[in-house]
Design a protein around this ligand. Structure first.
Ligand SMILES: NC(=O)c1ccc[n+]([C@@H]2O[C@H](COP(=O)([O-])OP(=O)(O)OC[C@H]3O[C@@H](n4cnc5c(N)ncnc54)[C@H](OP(=O)(O)O)[C@@H]3O)[C@@H](O)[C@H]2O)c1
Length: 325
């Protein structure tokens, strides 16, 4: 496994982060694994040297955090870098179980720590922007959480670049802990982040950890086959994203072609592309298969030259923004 420093933090993380959205309970989504099968994947990831895990309070309504915590309890706590998130409403009857107010965040962070069975979470991310809470309130709450030792670093996820720039400015002005990471939607089929967000993160030394690096599976198989998979049929988000628009199908075909040429899988080529982007620290991979996990790790050894990268990128056309509002 290769390791990299996460943004400006000094914390070393594996070049692949294991996304835990597909672990928890199949009662939440058809494509989510229950605890025993989730355990197999997480343990194999640890064997392969992955030390960075991303979950969220909303994944399987808390079960993802609980399962991750159960598995990690069998290992040295210090060896893992654990990231979770808050924002989405957890209890339909309680409006303060979501959002980024001090009340909601403190409660949700405390619930996450309890489910993870940890005293401290390494990275606590805001899952989305809260239009109803001043960002200063959110940053003060997170700064206090750092002082209390509940979290090591605050991080952020998909939002507009102007919102992220504002939050960095408020942190600097008020001398509050800043968002050290950006978890954003970025892959060969969704590159709108290259316009503003990624250059901003680069300039500010913010760690970048893209989500859905394989376009939720659309970059792992010929486009005509994707719709026939469980996730292709039941993952509303995969259909909501503009992967099938613009030059998407042609990018998918070029990934197939290069994979054949390199004797690699499509998933490996798509991941290798992301790993070649200098502003990416660690893509967050999502898989329910040990074999696919192993393939992802092998993708670290794939060398793409600049003409491969340019050829894969060429058909891309600007698409509508997706992943945040
Ligand atoms: N912050 C946010 O708003 C946000 C949003 C979405 C996701 N996330 C994070 O990002 C993580 C990854 O997201 P994602 O699951 O959408 O990621 P993804 O990596 O883009 O897609 C995962 C899909 O690709 C398939 N796949 C992976 N490797 C494959 C291979 N070698 N061959 C064929 N198929 C393969 C998986 O199927 P198998 O299960 O069969 O391998 C799964 O259906 C999540 O777990 C979560 O932590 C964050």
């Amino acid at each position: 496994m290769e390791y990299t420093t996460l943004g400006s933090t000094g914390t070393e993380v594996s070049r692949l982060c294991l996304g835990c959205m597909s672990f928890g309970t199949s009662e939440w989504r058809d494509w989510v694994l229950d605890e025993p099968e989730s355990r197999d994947i997480i343990e194999r990831a640890i064997d392969l040297g992955i030390n960075f895990f991303d979950t969220a309070n909303m994944y399987s309504r808390g079960e993802s955090e609980r399962v991750l915590g159960n598995v990690l309890a069998d290992y040295e706590r210090d060896s893992a870098v654990v990231a979770t998130k808050g924002y989405f409403q957890m209890d339909d009857s309680n409006p303060n179980s979501g959002g980024l107010s001090r009340k909601a965040l403190e409660q949700e962070l405390s619930n996450s720590l309890e489910r993870l069975d940890m005293d401290t979470v390494d990275l606590y991310q805001i899952h989305r922007w809260d239009y109803d809470t001043p960002v200063e309130e959110t940053l003060r709450t997170l700064d206090d959480a750092v002082r209390r030792g509940d979290i090591r670093y605050p991080g952020a996820s998909s939002m507009w670049a102007h919102q992220f720039a504002d939050s960095l400015r408020v942190s600097e002005r008020e001398r509050l802990e800043r968002f050290e990471t950006m978890q954003n939607h970025y892959n060969l089929l969704y590159r709108e982040e290259e316009r503003e967000m990624l250059p901003l993160c680069d300039r500010e030394g913010v760690g970048v950890m893209p989500w859905s690096p394989l376009a939720r599976g659309y970059l792992t198989r010929p486009h005509e086959e994707f719709e026939a998979t469980t996730r292709g049929q039941s993952d509303d988000y995969a259909r909501e994203h503009p992967y099938f628009e613009g030059g998407g199908r042609e990018v998918n075909e070029r990934v197939q072609e290069l994979a054949d040429e390199l004797d690699a899988t499509m998933a490996q080529v798509a991941l290798a592309w992301l790993l070649h982007k200098e502003w990416v620290d660690t893509p967050i991979i999502g898989t329910t298969s040990v074999e696919h996990l192993e393939q992802a790790v092998e993708a670290l050894d794939i060398d793409l030259d600049s003409s491969d990268v340019a050829w894969l990128e060429e058909p891309y056309e600007a698409v509508r923004v997706s992943g945040h509002e």
